[in-house]
Design a protein around this ligand. Structure first.
Ligand SMILES: Nc1nc2c(c(=O)[nH]1)N[C@H]1C(S)=C(S)[C@@H](COP(=O)(O)OP(=O)(O)OC[C@H]3O[C@@H](n4cnc5c(N)ncnc54)[C@H](O)[C@@H]3O)O[C@H]1N2
Ligand code: MOO
Length: 400
């Protein structure tokens, strides 16, 4: 049986970094990765502006100002944010100015109004200011031509505002990872359809689709396939040109209908591994088919999610060229709960809190899904290791 890390390396090798980019509207770019270096097409601000409501002045005129002996300056007029400039600055004068308004060329400081008499035609200044005080120079935030984002930068919510401040309306990003999701099993029914006797709703691919779409992937197809080689081969053939990665669920164990490995072999697929040294989800299978990786997850819903987390984020990280998508490992304290030893390396669902991680007393079967509402990470358990409260443990946390 292959080791987990070896299996991850074998599979990720089959999905090279994305080389195709696309332009997306700025409002759709959050969560995407820049496909080239972005440089500032203008300075921000691109005019010198006031940081305060007050009076634009020559700093030198204010040198002797004090409460007892104010300096009096003639006020040439008022400028608001957005106004065009029509004042000629002269020594011995001031202009009433509001925050964000352009400072007329010549003035080199702004006296904030609280240290004046708020005069309209003439203003008394009670305190000196140094050149540059309350004066925002061109390019205080960004200079013209500055590299604002390197290639392969993850665009967070703040990045969108930064690009808006520079006038971007579209952003070049790497194209999405296109995924085909196929749930196999004669017992599976799509939510919305009536359940016949002994059938269940397909749940796993709904979680997978939610994770994939939330992190910038595109679901090309999400469907149920009967336990039938011809049907599976037909589906793979139909979508192979449209996807970068196939993910299937079920049909990989040793049961008589566990037909995925045999189907792939018959269709010319090249097996990468079958059965990985982990629990749950041991019968995990992967192959390359028509130059595309196919990851076949265990059928049991929680086992499938463990399989998914341990492999998908590594694939996405490489494909989208950014560590944001990595499954993060942390060492934390197990504050409550325990787990008996397992002969195999095991991943246990747990709840990460501000104080440490908690393993619930029940609900650890691989067909149990409901408690993933509150469980939000996996705790690693080495073969033969018992987990008890107080232990330092390694947890795996998936990206947002
Ligand atoms: N004789 C043995 N039997 C089994 C072994 C074994 O080693 N020897 N391994 C068990 C383990 S461990 C697992 S995990 C499962 C994995 O089997 P498959 O991956 O082939 O999955 P299925 O048999 O198709 O399904 C298992 C279980 O999960 C339900 N299921 C499947 N797909 C979905 C879905 N999309 N949504 C919701 N539920 C799903 C399915 O109905 C089954 O109940 O094999 C054990 N057996
Ligand atoms: O892979 Mo199974 O879910 O280990 O029990």
């Amino acid at each position: 049986m292959i080791a987990l890390e070896q299996a991850v390396a074998l599979l990720t090798k089959q999905l090279p970094p994305q080389t195709q980019s696309e332009l997306v509207p700025l409002s759709d770019a959050v969560g995407r990765i820049t496909a080239c270096t972005l440089k500032a097409p203008l300075a921000v601000p691109n005019f010198a502006r006031s940081a305060m409501d007050g009076y634009a002045v020559y700093a030198v005129d204010t040198a002797t100002a004090s409460r007892e002996q104010p300096v009096t300056l003639t006020v040439l007029g008022t400028i608001f944010a957005g106004d065009a400039l029509n004042f000629e600055a002269q020594v011995g004068t001031a202009v009433r100015i509001m925050t964000g308004a352009a400072v007329p060329v010549g003035y080199d400081a702004v006296v904030k109004q609280e240290t004046t008499d708020y005069g309209q035609d003439q203003v008394k200044l009670y305190r000196p200011v140094k050149p540059g005080k309350n004066y925002v120079p061109v390019g205080e935030d960004v200079t013209h031509g500055q590299t604002i984002m390197a290639q392969d930068t993850y665009l967070n919510s703040d990045s969108i505002g930064i690009l808006a401040s520079l006038g971007f309306t579209t952003v070049p990003v790497w194209r999405r990872l296109r995924v085909g999701l196929i749930a196999t099993g004669n017992e599976l029914v799509r939510p919305g359809q009536p359940l016949a006797a002994n059938q269940i709703y397909n749940s796993t691919t709904y979680s997978l689709a939610a994770y994939i779409e939330r992190t910038g992937g595109q679901i090309v197809v999400q469907t149920i396939c009967r336990d039938d080689s011809a049907a599976l081969t037909a589906l793979l053939t139909k979508y192979s040109e449209q996807v970068d990665l196939f993910i299937t669920t079920g049909g990989v164990s040793v049961g008589e209908k566990d037909f995925i490995p045999a189907t792939l072999a018959a269709a010319g697929g090249q097996e990468l591994f079958h059965f990985v040294n982990l629990k749950p989800g041991t019968p995990l299978y992967a192959a390359v088919w028509q130059q595309r990786p196919l990851l076949a997850l265990s059928g049991n819903p929680f086992a499938a999610m463990v399989n998914f987390h341990l492999f998908y984020w590594a694939l996405l990280t490489r494909f989208q060229r950014n560590d944001h998508f990595q499954l993060k490992q942390q060492r934390v304290r197990l504050v409550a709960g325990e787990m008996p030893a397992s002969t195999m390396r095991r991943f246990v669902r747990a709840e990460r809190t501000d104080n440490g991680v908690i393993i619930a007393p029940i609900g650890h079967f691989s067909a149990v899904l409901h408690n993933m509402v509150t469980n939000n990470c996996l705790v690693e358990q080495a073969p033969g290791q018992k987990l008890v409260a107080g232990d330092q443990v390694t947890i795996y946390v998936w990206p947002n």
